[in-house]
Design a protein around this ligand. Structure first.
Ligand SMILES: [Fe+2]
Ligand SMILES: [Fe+2]
Length: 260
């Protein structure tokens, strides 16, 4: 079985790259499922019902989220009832939305998708390691498991991947918007990529224009950021796994330019 994971879709450039490039990826790789992180899909900050539905209509089966999932009020409201949009699971009780979904695979099989968020250089939410343990205990090894671990620190991501090695099919990191070159299969059979990168403009500073990013660093005062339009790419990962043993067979980075 094959799954395409699409890294953080950033603003309109990211949505355009996904809509234009996903059909070709579908044709070339014939994935059984497509999962995309949508936390930045509306102007780079959060998502809206419209941007979520646009991504789903473009061929994404499930949207994951992150620390920006609540930036847009419309998107936060959408999370309350959304069937195909997750936010990190390890937020406190009472927070809108949910962090896991079960997706149908061919042959009556099912895939569990788990969205978690790290705690290093991010708010001190519940422990993602222990939350993963309890989710997997509930799942009871019914089938393959994909984890989108939305975290800043490479150490925390690598540690979670080892913690889950042999218990999940893949751990794919998101959030930094910079793709790492370390796709590999861990000794227990779990595929791991520290960060899948960003689907959006790579000419600025992790999605925003150089000018607005520099203002923040040089003047240390807030300034509304602008979405960059330069060097748009689709990034993510291509995962092959065995549907019976649910072990990962291969994990490859995806990194394609949007040609105009
Ligand atoms: Fe992001
Ligand atoms: Fe993030």
């Amino acid at each position: 079985m094959r799954l395409i994971f699409i890294a953080d879709v950033f603003g309109r450039p990211g949505r355009r790259a996904l809509a234009r490039l996903l059909p070709g990826l579908r044709e070339r790789h014939a994935p059984d499922l497509v999962v995309a992180n949508a936390e930045n899909s509306a102007g780079g900050a959060g998502f809206t019902r419209d941007t979520a539905e646009e991504l789903l209509a473009a061929g994404v089966d499930l949207l994951t989220g992150g620390n920006h999932s609540w930036d847009n009020r419309d998107g936060a409201a959408y999370l309350e009832t959304a069937e195909r949009a997750l936010r990190p699971d390890n937020f406190p009780p009472g927070v809108a939305g949910r962090g896991t979904a079960v997706l149908p695979l061919p042959g009556g099989r099912e895939l569990l998708v788990v969205n978690l968020q790290g705690r290093v250089y991010l708010p001190a939410i519940d422990c993602p390691f222990r939350r993963a343990d309890s989710i997997l205990a509930d799942w009871g090894g019914r089938g393959p498991v994909l984890v989108d671990f939305h975290a800043e620190a490479t150490s925390e991501k690598t540690a979670l991947a080892h913690h889950l090695d042999g218990r999940v099919t893949a751990v794919i990191g998101t959030h930094t918007h910079v793709q790492t070159a370390d796709a590999r299969i861990l000794p227990g059979g779990t595929a791991f990529l520290t960060d899948a990168g960003m689907t959006g403009p790579h000419g600025g500073v992790i999605g925003i224009t150089v000018e607005t990013a520099l203002h923040r660093f040089l003047r240390t005062t807030p300034r509304r950021f602008e979405v960059s339009q330069e060097a748009i790419r689709l990034q993510g990962a291509l995962l092959d796994f065995d549907p019976d043993s649910w072990r990962a067979l291969a994990l490859e980075r995806l990194d394609l330019p949007l040609e105009d």
